[in-house]
Write a protein that binds this ligand. Structure first.
Ligand code: NIG
Ligand code: FE
Length: 419
């Protein structure tokens, strides 16, 4: 008699099972298994293949569940690789001012912008930020997101940056969405250091980075490298200091003006360079050579009515891995919808449906060094999966602004269901 193998979850009959794995080569490039099935054991993918080829010796464990995905698409949980998750307050007043013709930089120059959110976030208690963060994570989850990267950067003092990062840690322990934390103390110069940039640099490099790294509160260190924020030399110093303390580099680069940010990303070995509206040709080449992932943020272009888009096609053609993300933040992209970013990626950046799916799974995972664990479906990988009520993968960016996610599975457990 056959020895039985207990599994905890079985998804079967998926019309299209998108594996995003090179183990399943097909014409689409997404590794699609038609009429696919996934068996999950102890939070990991135990078996994956055609429903008709499911091994006969599988039995469900006592609490085990079966999901019939007939007519639906099943794919890896989405990964939002660039968010500013923790902030207090909101800036609908600036939204209205921008509609009336004032610019983002002009509003920031008057003390609005990032600094107004810094003020609100400094005033907020740990509990308030925890509450706000949880609500945002719930919304992300309902859009199919199972892992996010989250940046600090609305504290800009040792105490407030630590508060934000500790909120993330508490959320991580409490919520099913995985959070990869990034220290962004170099988001802008806080107003009390307005005329003393060097002193803020010292605070960042001598106090904040050592403390954040020492407490194990961040995995990455990011910097907003821009004429109006941190200059190239300063950005290099911050990222190199972060590296010495074990924080991996990331960078907000070439968003408002060309500044050599992409070249710096390649030089310091950044995991990603993000935004890149004004990236230079050389920047693209350097990123391709060094394997730096580009994280593009169409929500920010849309929300700021920027007509200048990053040259996504050129990057892809030169071999840069392109990820797409929400940039969730109260000033330049107030949204938790990654599927909406996929539609924008297609229409603004001329990325194909296949490319926007890769951009929110495999390449998003790569932008944070998690590609061995998440972003694709293979035996042994994390069982982070979503089931979508759509007939094929191209339909996802096509039918925009509505929810197609029916079930979200995190570490093998059903954590969200849209009835
Ligand atoms: O990623 N670029 C810098 N930071 C944010 C905007 C932050 C804000 O306006 O509050 C961004 O777009
Ligand atoms: Fe950002």
């Amino acid at each position: 008699m056959l020895e039985k193998i207990e599994i905890d979850l079985l998804i079967k009959n998926a019309k299209e099972l998108l594996t995003l794995s090179s183990s399943f080569k097909d014409e689409s490039g997404l590794g699609i298994i038609p009429n696919g099935a996934v068996a999950v054991k102890e939070g990991r993918i135990f078996w994956i293949g055609k429903t008709g080829e499911l091994p006969k010796d599988f039995v469900l464990s006592s609490e085990g569940q079966v999901i019939d995905a007939r007519g639906k698409v099943v794919m890896p949980g989405l990964i939002d690789s660039h968010t500013h998750l923790i902030f207090a307050g909101s800036r609908e007043n600036e939204f209205e001012q921008r509609i009336e013709g004032h610019t983002y930089l002009e509003i920031a120059g008057r003390g609005g912008g990032i600094l107004s959110t810094v003020e609100a976030t400094r005033k907020a208690s740990f509990e308030e930020l925890l509450f706000l963060g949880k609500r945002r994570l719930d919304r992300l989850l309902s859009k199919g997101v199972t892992t996010i990267e989250a940046k600090s950067g609305y504290g800009l003092s040792l105490e407030d940056e630590l508060k934000i990062l500790r909120v993330m840690k508490a959320l991580q322990e409490d919520h099913s969405v995985d959070i990869v934390p990034t220290f962004l103390g170099a988001h802008t110069i806080p107003k009390e250091f307005k005329n003393e940039r060097r002193r803020y640099m010292d605070l960042l490099t001598q106090e904040m980075i050592p403390e954040v790294a020492g407490e194990g509160l961040a995995e990455f260190c990011d910097v907003f490298c821009e004429e109006k924020a941190f200059h190239l030399e300063e950005s290099r110093e911050i990222l190199e200091t972060g590296k010495r303390y074990g924080l991996k580099p990331k960078i907000h680069a070439d968003q408002v003006s060309p500044g050599g940010g992409a070249e710096l990303a390649a030089e310091v070995g950044a995991y990603s360079a993000d935004h890149l509206e004004y990236i230079s040709r050389q920047g693209i080449e350097r990123m391709a050579e060094q394997g730096v992932t580009a994280v593009l943020l169409p929500g920010a272009s849309f929300f700021l009515s920027m007509k200048k888009y990053p040259p996504a096609r050129e990057m892809i053609e030169k071999g840069v891995a392109v990820a797409l993300s929400t940039d969730l933040n109260p000033g330049s992209s107030m949204t938790e919808s990654l599927p909406l970013m996929m539609t924008m990626g297609c229409l603004f950046f001329r990325m194909t449906p296949k490319e926007v799916i890769q951009a929110t799974t495999t390449y998003a995972a790569r932008s944070m060094g998690r590609e061995k664990e998440i972003g694709s479906l293979d035996t042994g990988k994390k069982a982070d999966l979503i089931m979508l009520d759509i007939p094929n993968y191209r339909y996802l960016p096509y039918h925009f602004g509505v929810d197609h996610v029916e079930v979200v599975i995190k570490n093998g457990e059903i954590v969200y269901k849209n009835q």
